[in-house]
Design a binder for this molecule. Structure first.
Ligand SMILES: Cc1cc2nc3c(=O)[nH]c(=O)nc-3n(C[C@H](O)[C@H](O)[C@H](O)COP(=O)(O)OP(=O)(O)OC[C@H]3O[C@@H](n4cnc5c(N)ncnc54)[C@H](O)[C@@H]3O)c2cc1C
Length: 241
């Protein structure tokens, strides 16, 4: 039963995505479907009635009833360690959504589109990349994905195959450690790395930036310095420093 917008959901599968992240699939009662880029609120209720709510982006898009989340564990966090370590197929929780109408991409939207993700910020951008591939629009998309090290990339296998599969082309950036044979730089994205990877300003891309708050602010400031109009830079902040 849906009460106050909260829909009962049952965990249908859990899959390790990185050493600290899991992909969760949830079967949601009467799920109305979602646009690529939207998120949900998840509510957990303990046996003593204590409740905790957090927002999670959808890696899936389109009609239901199964939605996909990818959760990265924040050490000492209240909710994410439970979702990453403890939750099992068959467990029940509650979902409110889909939420958000601004940070979304719909097929037929004007291209080109630049996606820029830091860490778990890949999740809503993955939904957009999947939607672009399915709409045969991937050629007008680019994705710049910044991770600490290769094994920290959520959806790594799918993204590595992406460009050969009719999917979105990916530029990787590594802040701590690169794969063997990497000849590029290792470190925080700087203006030059961003300029080199993203659609030129003359192409007037719509840019979606998502990740921890500090990452998003750093990248959005750089984009504006590089000449991208602020109105074309859409951001989603996941929290933290
Ligand atoms: C719209 C939206 C979509 C989101 N989508 C995702 C998603 O797809 N995947 C995902 O893993 N997370 C996502 N988040 C973040 C998520 O909502 C939680 O904030 C995160 O899981 C931490 O919750 P927690 O209860 O474990 O930590 P808390 O107990 O809430 O916080 C513990 C400490 O960690 C810090 N912190 C909180 N969030 C972050 C963060 N993202 N990075 C670094 N430090 C942080 C807090 O400031 C606090 O100091 C999203 C957030 C928003 C607003």
């Amino acid at each position: 039963m849906i009460v106050g917008g909260w829909r009962p959901a049952r965990v249908s599968s859990v899959e390790e995505a990185t050493p600290s992240a899991r992909v969760l699939r949830l079967d949601v009662e009467d799920w109305p479907g979602s646009d690529a880029g939207q998120h949900v609120d998840i509510r957990l209720t303990a046996e003593d009635g204590y409740q905790a709510e957090r927002s999670y982006s959808l890696g899936s898009y389109g009609p239901g009833p199964v939605i996909e989340l990818a959760v990265d564990e924040i050490p000492d966090g209240e909710v994410s360690p439970y979702l990453v370590r403890d939750v099992l197929p068959g467990d029940e929780l509650e979902v409110k959504g889909p939420l958000g109408g601004y940070f979304v991409w719909r097929a037929g939207g004007e291209g080109p589109v630049q996606l820029i993700a830091g860490g778990s910020g890949i999740v809503p951008l993955m939904a957009m990349a999947r939607a672009a591939r399915d709409a045969a629009a991937a050629a007008s998309f680019r994705l710049l994905y910044s991770v600490r090290r290769p094994e920290d990339a959520i959806y790594r296998d799918e993204l590595e195959e992406s460009a050969h599969d009719g999917g979105v082309a990916v530029t990787w950036a590594f802040t701590r450690e690169a794969p063997a044979g990497w000849t590029g730089r290792v470190g925080r994205l700087d203006d030059e790395a961003i300029r080199a990877a993203v659609w030129p300003t003359d192409d007037a891309p719509t840019v979606f930036v998502c990740g921890p708050t500090g990452f998003v602010e750093h990248v959005a400031d750089a984009l504006v310095r590089l000449g991208h109009p602020p109105a074309r830079v859409k951001t989603e902040r996941f929290g933290g420093a």
